[in-house]
Design a protein. Structure first.
Length: 144
């Protein structure tokens, strides 16, 4: 429920809610969220997300002082879902397919929910997301 409340609010601020984790510890709510902006995600963006999310977390979770941690995705984030592949369209990735030993490196060109199209050095390549053993953003390729 908190995700659904925060997603449109963060979107208005130019931020994408990548993931959200809520837990309780000794009766107090703990919230961890990752936000992303295609223009760059630094301290300013995380602080803006915190200002937006804190009162919503208080209201939705019924906790007057929840612990709220906001982070950027990082330069080598592991991609966990088709939704995340779509969020990071245009970014460089390193992909290991099940049963393969060599990684595929390329830039995400498009995602349709079941497949992703990568621009690789040897040309465009379509991969099935269910065949991915591990995929992560790849800052070593030198892209933006």
């Amino acid at each position: 429920m908190l995700f659904a409340k925060l997603e449109p609010l963060l979107s208005k601020a130019g931020l994408v809610l990548v993931d959200l984790e809520v837990s309780r510890r000794r009766g107090s709510a703990q919230v961890r969220m990752t936000v992303y902006s295609s223009k760059g995600t630094g301290t300013r963006e995380c602080a803006a997300a915190h200002r937006i999310a804190y009162p919503e977390a208080q209201a939705v979770l019924g906790d007057p002082d929840p612990s709220l941690e906001v982070a950027s995705p990082g330069i080598d984030r592991v991609l966990r879902s088709a939704r995340e592949w779509a969020i990071f369209k245009g970014k460089d990735v390193s992909v290991l397919l099940r049963g393969e030993e060599e990684r595929i490196r390329g830039r995400i060109e498009g995602v349709d929910g079941e497949t992703a199209r990568l621009a690789c050095a040897e040309g465009s390549r379509v991969i099935e997301l269910k065949a991915v053993a591990k995929a992560k953003l790849d800052s070593s390729q030198g892209g933006d």
